[in-house]
Design a protein around this ligand. Sequence first.
Ligand code: NDP
Ligand code: GDR
Length: 345
Amino acid sequence: MSKRALITGVTGQDGSYLAEHLISQGYQVWGLTRGQANPRKDRVSRLIPELQFVDGDLMDQGSLVSAVDEVQPDEVYNLGAISFVPMSWHQPELVTEVNGTGVLRVLEAIRMVSGLNKPAASHATSGQIRFYQASSSEMFGMVAETPQSERTVFHPRSPYGVVKTYGHYITRNYRESYGMYGVSGILFNHESPRRGAEFVTRKISLAVAQIKLGLQEKLCLGNLDAVRDWGFAGDYVRAMHLMLQQDEPDDYVIGTGEMHSVRDAARIAFECVGLDWEQYVVVDPKLVRPAEVETLCADSSSARKKLGWEPEVDFSKLMQMMVESDLNQAQLARDYKAVLAGARW
Ligand code: NDP
Ligand code: GDR
């Protein structure tokens, strides 16, 4: 019998890669989607025809109970969130509802459908619905040590980071309170050609493509000195799956262990198309955050040892993959516009 998985956030970057990975492993996969005409549902459905859908919203407890009851999953991956950090200063209450209380609602849905009401000691983890929570390196914030491991103290610097820390601890608490098989992956930044255009790497790769084709003149960025540990999303979803295959639930840090600045990211991306980044990048102080996370770097030795996980794509290859993809798409769009401009109807 094939395993059944339910993914929240299936229309996002990670959700789509995870769905593809699980399907390649023989799973039946359902994605939770919200809204009455979500264009991102159509897009992921075209990309992954085998994917099935169930309605639901992290803001709506009843919809989550119904989704878990309908799908009867072996594994639930909670990737749904408002994931753009600056939004959490503009709409902190909404971000708390979706990214924080939303985690609690999924845990409650699993608890209710599985009938997990008794204290931890009375439950065996085998045969349970297994739960994955998308925790974040933003929880480390103002870092107490470099690199950061599962033992590093959290000091989040954004409402997003604070709320993710709640999601992290409530997952651990359900493990301790009810013996639930719940784990959190503390994932560092991961990117891909499917990354949202608001995040810095994709903002850069999209601009490089436009500038190369003469369609844009400048790229405005914020803090060029911010340092991140950037990996490839396709590598990171393998780690999510591995975490739920262990005998005992545990939390893991996932990252490459390599540090690069936003400046490095811009330089490498422009080099991919033979341009000098300094001719095009402009710093816009409005893009600098109220409280910044300056430096992040993962110590993933536990995941490498216990899960046997290794990233396969390094930072240069990642930036090259993103620039090539955006350049191809920009060229296609430009050619299509040229054809339309010349067409006689
Ligand atoms: P995306 O922003 O690409 O995707 C977010 C997903 O959340 C979308 O599918 C969106 O669906 C869904 N969503 C938003 N609000 C709700 C809601 N109210 N109910 C149900 N679903 C909702 O994020 P990523 O794929 O990059 O990240 C996945 C998860 O991992 C997130 O939780 C993020 O915070 C976390 N994370 C990401 C990292 C990264 O570097 N990518 C690193 C560490 C953690 P819709 O189409 O309906 O808007
Ligand atoms: P982050 O990713 O906030 O780390 O969150 P993002 O790509 O937005 O920012 C990374 C760093 O780049 C600096 N920066 C800019 N960022 C953006 N978006 N736009 C700019 O113009 C710009 N210029 C400089 C930022 O200040 C920051 O230091 C991502 C998300 O996926 C979260 O959901 C996830 O939890 C964390 O990664 C780990």
